[in-house]
Design a protein around this ligand. Sequence first.
Ligand SMILES: NC(=O)c1ccc[n+]([C@@H]2O[C@H](COP(=O)([O-])OP(=O)(O)OC[C@H]3O[C@@H](n4cnc5c(N)ncnc54)[C@H](OP(=O)(O)O)[C@@H]3O)[C@@H](O)[C@H]2O)c1
Length: 257
Amino acid sequence: MNNLKGKSAIITGSSRGIGKAIAETLAKEGINLALAARSEGPLKETADEIRKKYKVEALAVPTDVTKLADLENLYNKTIEKYGKLDILINNAGVSSQYPFEKQPIEDFERLAHTNYLGYVRLIRLAINDMIKRKSGAIINMVSGSTLCDPLPRNFIVYSSLKVGLRAFLKGLFWEVRDHGIKITSLLPGVTDTDLTGKLKEVTGDASRLMTTEAIENAIKFALTVPQNVCPLEIAIINQQTPWTKPVIPFKQEHPNK
Ligand SMILES: NC(=O)c1ccc[n+]([C@@H]2O[C@H](COP(=O)([O-])OP(=O)(O)OC[C@H]3O[C@@H](n4cnc5c(N)ncnc54)[C@H](OP(=O)(O)O)[C@@H]3O)[C@@H](O)[C@H]2O)c1
């Protein structure tokens, strides 16, 4: 998209963390936003902040992405307000870090609905109008953990759903590219947000974690490449430096050793 000013975007999971950082990045470019997350308070605060700071429209739509009716409401409210959806940023996600035998059984459905079905369903709601208009960018927060084989210890349900999501998105790219729609997967490494949770204890030193800056730059890149180019996947992985150790040990030794 050459000129981002005046475009419209939905960003799920935009009340904090990576989603909020992306919301600010898009607002700086003059893009009007529909922000979605479950907790109404922080979501409205974010929308108010963005409206004041960047002089763009920012609609706060309390949404639970695990509920189809909420996704329909989010999409419909966005169309009511902006007339069309140019950019969909699927970002809402939850983590669950357990050795598999200790993972609560309820976690599986919650993870599948948030991190996989929430993305697929919202894309399905948005895609027909994008096909009609021969235009649209759908950017999705997958995970750098999908590059690990075997998947990182204690993250296997989370990561395997992200592997499935990544495969779906790659397939979707081939299905819709001739309609002018761009599908991009972002594969971030371990980033300093609430979701990182216990990994912060594992890493001990916050300087090993990435900030959201590189992800924000990747989003801008994905939205500003020439019309006939689509960055299908962008992986932004923690770099080991002379002063940091790997965030997830490569050999994945058993923690008891
Ligand atoms: N942080 C990392 O290291 C990392 C690495 C790779 C990939 N990712 C991915 O990046 C995405 C964002 O993660 P983050 O680190 O920014 O997480 P975060 O700081 O925990 O923020 C998650 C956001 O998603 C929202 N959310 C959670 N469940 C939701 C639901 N059911 N419906 C609607 N919104 C929901 C949260 O708001 P409410 O709780 O109010 O709903 C919040 O706004 C996730 O998909 C995650 O898997 C993160």
